[in-house]
Design a protein around this ligand. Structure first.
Ligand code: AMP
Ligand code: MG
Length: 472
């Protein structure tokens, strides 16, 4: 008996050139590693035996109602246009209308080769699968829009990278997998009819109030503004903000070489493949604008007479930096307990960030210590901080509910890189306890719980993770 998933598929109803229909490639020995019961409940999926879950979420059994397919898309990767990407190792099983009324994709990542695999093997290994599971669920708990993790399954097969590694499949859940690159692929081909179809599809699915292509552009912009400012506020570095990893629904998608900063540095880069620092922490807002400009360029292609529309699109894109700045200010004000606006706030915030960089303060602990006490100990130069603190204390005398605001804006826990690496090493050795514990701790990241005090600690010298790898 297979798992009962209440599928209700819409993308699969689009014309055949939007995707390639194919089933996941079965794996040798599927074994359930993790299953997200709370998410399953929202999706209306009943818990079954581990064997049934592993069979479906490992790709060996296609559940009833699924209409499996790989989606077509293109994208700019590190600024260069790649005309055909597509799901090279992901297969969309279908969509589910959740108990909360939200439609979501259920997708297997690492499900075997597809027509878009190019030279890839279509597979994933355990490390990135568990990393995405933990980090995406932590993002959700932090209140940041993100794809979710429903299940992780070991395949019992070896995946070859530089060495033989344990194969695994992640079940990813997203409000959709539409990306900027989903539009670019048709724009580049001059296929205006498909562009129009996809525009309508995206509006119906995500922004029913949006009026036409420019309404969609504006809605995506606003969603991306919220998303990127949220990343900035927790020290998150996505690492591969290519247009194929830029979600139309405004979710964080594709956790490759992503990382949370420990010590604050505005130009921080972790990704080993980002040699020029294109996707450095402080560049993320700018890159989001660049990506939106690519979406604008694509959407415009569907107009016969684009003249007036070009002007409107330009205005929509040009407004984005100011919107990002406002959202950023709002979020960093909140981190300082401020909800009103004062002309000096920008300077107050940037001065603190400069002190943090100079004083090698831990980003998360530095901000949280402003609330809990002991902030000056986070800085190499406590006196510099003292002067700043006096200015800040003066500023918040005009504020109400300072502590409540700060407690909501400054997490106690983030998925620290060294903990992720330790968790992966344990899982490779067959010990899933650190994975379970990290998930449990990160499910309430704004709560200071004594039992998880060790997870607040920055890495010791020999634990510091200096680079992250796509390691697909
Ligand atoms: P990413 O950098 O993870 O967003 O991936 C970029 C593109 O490479 C996407 O089209 C992926 O589907 C594809 N890809 C990544 N890893 C693999 C793999 N192991 N096999 C096939 N395609 C892959
Ligand atoms: Mg991708």
């Amino acid at each position: 008996m297979t798992l009962n998933i209440p599928f209700d598929n819409t993308y699969a109803q689009l014309a055949p050139h939007f995707y390639s229909k194919l089933a996941p490639t079965p794996v040798a020995a599927p074994r359930l590693l993790a299953f997200n019961e709370r998410l399953a409940e929202v999706l209306g999926i009943m818990r079954r035996s581990d064997e049934d879950l592993a069979a479906v979420f490992g790709g060996n059994v296609v559940p009833e109602g699924a209409d499996p397919l790989a989606q077509l898309y293109a994208g700019h990767q590190f600024g260069s246009y790649n005309p055909q990407l597509g799901d090279g190792r992901a297969i969309l099983l279908g969509e589910v209308l959740g108990r909360d009324g939200i439609r979501r994709d259920i997708q297997l990542k690492g499900a075997g080769p597809t027509p878009y695999s190019r030279n890839g093997d279509g597979r994933a290994w355990l490390g990135p699968v568990l990393r995405e599971y933990v980090v995406s669920e932590a993002m959700q708990a932090l209140g940041i829009p993100t794809t979710r993790a429903l299940a992780a399954v070991a395949t019992g097969e070896t995946v070859w990278r530089e060495q033989g590694l344990h194969g695994a499949v992640l079940t990813r859940v997203a409000q959709s997998h539409l990306r900027v690159g989903s539009f670019q692929v048709f724009a580049a081909r001059g296929d205006t009819a498909s562009l129009a179809t996809l525009t309508d599809y995206a509006i119906n699915r995500h922004y029913p109030d949006a009026d036409g292509p420019m309404g969609l552009l504006r809605a995506v912009r606003d969603a991306q503004v919220e998303l990127i400012s949220a990343w900035m506020s927790v020290g998150f570095i996505h690492g591969v903000m290519n247009t194929d990893n830029s979600s139309i629904a405004g979710e964080t998608i594709d956790y490759g070489p992503c990382a949370f900063m420990d010590v604050f540095h505005s130009n921080r880069v972790f990704s080993s493949i980002d040699r020029s620092g294109r996707y450095a922490y402080s560049n993320q807002p700018q890159i989001a604008v660049w990506n939106l400009a690519q979406l604008a360029t694509a959407l415009i292609q569907q107009y016969d007479d684009p003249e007036g529309v070009v002007e409107e699109a330009t205005e929509i894109v040009h407004a984005m930096p100011d919107l990002l700045q406002s959202a950023w200010l709002r979020r960093f004000r909140a981190k300082l307990g401020i909800t009103s606006e004062d002309a000096g706030d920008m300077e107050l915030i940037t001065d603190l960030l400069r002190l943090m960089a100079e004083g090698q303060a831990d980003f998360t602990n530095g901000f949280r210590a402003l609330l809990e006490g002991g902030a000056r100990d986070q800085f190499l130069d406590p006196e510099g901080f003292d002067a700043w603190e006096a200015r800040w204390r003066e500023r918040i005398t005009k504020e109400e509910a300072v502590e409540a605001t700060m407690a909501r804006a400054n997490p106690v826990l983030i998925p620290r890189n060294h903990r992720i690496e330790q968790m992966i090493a344990a899982a490779v050795a067959g010990d899933m306890a650190p994975f379970e514990r990290l998930n449990q701790a990160l499910s309430a990241p704004y709560e200071a719980r004594a039992e998880f005090a060790d997870l607040r600690q920055p890495p010791a010298e020999d634990e510091v993770v200096r680079a992250t790898f796509c390691g697909t």
